[in-house]
Design a protein around this ligand. Structure first.
Ligand code: AMP
Ligand code: ZN
Length: 114
C-alpha cells in the first residue's frame, strides 16, 4: 500500500534495522524500543489491523507468532520470558496500520499493561 510506513520498510524505501526476512515476513528492531529486545514482526503483504484478518491469513498469522518465538530464542529470552502484542485501533494505541507483532523482552514486565 502506497502510504504505509511498514510497506515502505518492506519495499526498502525507508531503512530499518532488519533482524529476519523470508518470502512472507520481515522483522526489524523497533525505532523506539521499550525493552532490551523490541522487535516488530510484520507480514510483507499489507493487512491494516487484526480486524481485517480473514481465514485466508491463518498461515501468515501463525508464521508471525512462531517467528517471534524463534527470534526470542535467538535473543536468549525464551526461558526467562517475553511478551508478544498486537495493538488494534485507537484505544489499544495502534499507530501504524499494517499489522505488526511486538516482541518485547529482556526485562521484567508488569501486568496489566497501561
Ligand atoms: P503500534 O503503536 O502498536 O502501532 O506500534 C508501532 C510501532 O512502530 C511503535 O512501537 C514505533 O516505535 C514503531 N515505529 C514507528 N516508526 C518506525 C520505524 N521507522 N522503524 C521501526 N519502528 C518504527
Ligand atoms: Zn502496509
Amino acid at each position: 500500500m502506497a502510504d504505509c510506513l511498514f510497506c515502505k520498510i518492506v519495499n526498502r524505501e525507508i531503512p530499518a534495522s532488519i533482524v529476519y526476512e523470508d518470502e512472507r515476513i520481515l522483522a526489524f528492531n523497533d525505532i523506539n524500543p521499550q525493552a532490551p529486545t523490541h522487535v516488530l514482526v510484520v507480514p510483507k503483504a499489507h493487512i491494516a489491523t487484526l480486524n481485517d484478518v480473514s481465514s485466508q491469513d491463518d498461515q501468515i498469522v501463525g508464521e508471525l507468532v512462531r517467528r517471534a518465538a524463534a527470534i526470542a530464542k535467538t535473543r536468549g529470552i525464551s526461558a526467562g520470558g517475553f511478551r508478544t502484542v498486537f495493538n488494534t485501533n485507537r484505544e489499544a494505541g495502534q499507530t501504524v496500520f499494517h499489522i505488526h507483532l511486538h516482541l518485547l523482552g529482556g526485562r521484567a514486565m508488569e501486568w496489566p499493561p497501561g
